[in-house]
Design a protein. Sequence first.
Length: 95
Amino acid sequence: MVLDAYRRQLEAAGLEVVFPDVPSTTLTEDDLLLMCNSSRSPRVLALVGQSERWRSRPAVRLALVRNLRTPLSLAVSLLPGLLEDDLSELTQLRH
């Protein structure tokens, strides 16, 4: 699967070099959501969160905030962009 290959590259290689080279037609929002939900790498999550293309999408913002490995400063910066229902759901989560 293409996503698995990119995930390995993102986590093992130079993130700054690999991520911009991922063709937009290859990496879909569903792929990125899977990555955000399963990534254990704060560097990968931070890289996604720094991308205006991806952080502008509500589902990606929520996935980043939900992931406990997302750097705290990034997660907090995304809170104002979340929907009220998402914020309510977050208050109910128990980690």
